[in-house]
Design a protein around this ligand. Structure first.
Ligand code: GRF
Length: 188
């Protein structure tokens, strides 16, 4: 039987889409049992909807504090008894309580070759620094932003004509391959 995974998004959802395509394959070890968005306008919600995947919005602004927001998230995720929680463009920093609740089960994809360029605007910073390569990293989520153990990485060459936009597209193509592949190898 396929294992459950929960995917957390906040925006476009292109990584979600690549995970959905992978999970649709008969021999993929997992299925997405729930998509949670921290933003009701996330395009990724439409992707979930179109693919008949259960989805729900949990916005922090609906709660009086972060603790209540997270406890709602925790409740919804725990109900799925997931083998993995995959952050895919999820724009929220998770607390120690949340991370400990799902120890070693939360992974994220980040658009840089970690440990370089943690945080936002990775492509812009990599180009400005004159890097030859950029890429993407799948890593475990810990309390410290973009700093958990690295599981997989893909490198792309930065060409002199690259802009943050073209580099982001190049890297995203690799993200769409590496993320489902990593989920598959972790759960097989
Ligand atoms: C990706 O670049 C991912 O690496 C980062 O956020 C972006 C999400 O894009 N964590 P999408 O919503 O999956 O299209």
């Amino acid at each position: 039987m396929k294992k459950n995974i929960v995917v957390l998004i906040s925006g476009r959802g292109s990584n979600l889409k690549s995970i959905i395509s992978a999970t649709n394959k008969e021999n993929f070890p997992a299925k997405i049992s729930l998509v949670i968005s921290s933003n009701k306008s996330a395009l990724g919600l439409k992707i979930a909807e179109k693919n008949h995947i259960k989805n729900v919005v949990v916005e922090q602004k609906e709660f009086s504090n972060k603790e209540l927001f997270e406890s709602d998230l925790i409740g919804k995720i725990a109900q799925q008894d997931p083998s993995l929680i995959c952050l895919a463009g999820f724009m929220q920093i998770l607390s120690k309580t949340f991370i400990n609740k799902f120890k070693d089960k939360i992974i994220n994809i980040h658009p840089s070759l970690l440990p370089d360029y943690k945080g936002l605007n990775t492509h812009e910073r990599a180009i400005k620094s004159g890097e030859k390569y950029s890429g993407c990293t799948v890593h475990y989520v810990t309390e410290e932003l973009d700093s958990g153990k690295i599981i997989a990485q893909e490198r792309v060459l930065i060409s002199p004509s690259d802009t943050p936009d073209t580099l982001s597209r190049k890297v995203l193509e690799r993200e769409h391959i590496i993320y489902p592949k990593t989920i598959e190898s972790l759960l097989s």
